[in-house]
Design a binder for this molecule. Structure first.
Ligand SMILES: NC(=O)c1ccc[n+]([C@@H]2O[C@H](COP(=O)([O-])OP(=O)(O)OC[C@H]3O[C@@H](n4cnc5c(N)ncnc54)[C@H](O)[C@@H]3O)[C@@H](O)[C@H]2O)c1
Length: 254
């Protein structure tokens, strides 16, 4: 799909991987809306890169519906939806004394990462289904964000791993479900990417993380995520696939 003049939504677009993708979409001529819980940062990022901001919580049907309505009014129905909103967190299933994890921790991460991704996917797909697919019948494309933790969850990552594993499983299912509407779905599973999440870490910790990567021996750049997301959007034959973006890292237990 050529994104020139096309409306695009990027959840979690205020920061990190979402921001990097939004920048590439804007450069390629798309009309981009950043859907993010951090309204202030979303406004700031939007004004820096030439996008629109719509504050919303991806877990809320009403909030995402309202944000998409704002985006639609400004740019028309989106043909592109990039789902980057997500949170992390590390808690062991039972602690050293054998006490079980607070179930709310598990619920919270599943809610934001998995339910939130599905919420925007279903609402964006519903909007896309109203579009004209043209000669090829192509109406839209959705890119989700999993993680290598969805395959090799490390100690303490039960909730995060389950949330990202859910997104991985949803990829081929949703591509099949939406195929009759001319909507493609792919997922990117990043390794260790240098986003604000990691930027606060000391240099030696960052080097240690980079050294775990077979090649290139470094953390990933958000722009490398953005480039892959753009290729998925552009390449109409990519569908139902989860692509690792990780320098061949396979995470160890810790
Ligand atoms: N950085 C990495 O190394 C890495 C690796 C694998 C996967 N990921 C995934 O990539 C995605 C982006 O991560 P990032 O590193 O860019 O993080 P980030 O913290 O820089 O950006 C995430 C954005 O999501 C927004 N957000 C969080 N909860 C939200 C909600 N409920 N509703 C709307 N917006 C919400 C935040 O405000 C933030 O702007 C996440 O899903 C993360 O799990 C990141």
């Amino acid at each position: 799909m050529d994104v020139k003049g096309v409306a695009a939504l990027v959840t979690g677009g205020a920061s990190g991987l979402g921001r990097a993708t939004a920048e590439k979409l804007v450069e390629a001529g798309a009309k981009v809306t950043l859907l993010d819980r951090n309204g202030e940062l979303a406004e700031q990022t939007a004004s820096e890169i030439g996008a629109l901001a719509a504050e919303c919580d991806v877990t809320s049907p009403d909030s995402v519906t309202a944000a998409m309505a704002k985006a639609r009014e400004a740019h028309g129905v989106a043909r592109v939806c990039i789902n980057c909103a997500g949170i992390g967190g590390s808690v062991r299933i039972i602690d050293r004394k054998g006490n079980p994890m607070d179930l709310d921790h598990f619920r919270k991460i599943i809610e934001v990462n998995l339910v939130g991704t599905f919420n925007t996917l279903r609402l964006a797909a519903s909007d896309m289904s109203t579009l004209d697919g043209g000669e090829d019948g192509i109406k839209g494309v959705i890119v989700n964000t999993a993680s290598v933790a969805g395959y090799e969850g490390q100690i303490g990552q039960a909730a995060y791993t389950a949330s990202k594993g859910g997104i991985i499983g949803l990829t081929i299912q949703s591509a099949r479900d939406l195929s009759s509407h001319g909507i493609r779905v792919c997922t990117i599973a990043p390794g260790i990417m240098l986003t604000p999440l990691l930027m606060g870490l000391p240099d030696d910790t960052l080097k240690m993380l980079g050294d775990q990567v077979p090649f290139p021996k470094r953390t990933g750049h958000p722009s490398e995520y953005g480039s892959l997301a753009m290729e998925i959007v552009r390449n109409d034959y990519l569908n139902g696939e989860v692509i690792r973006l990780d320098g061949a890292i396979r995470m160890g237990p810790r």
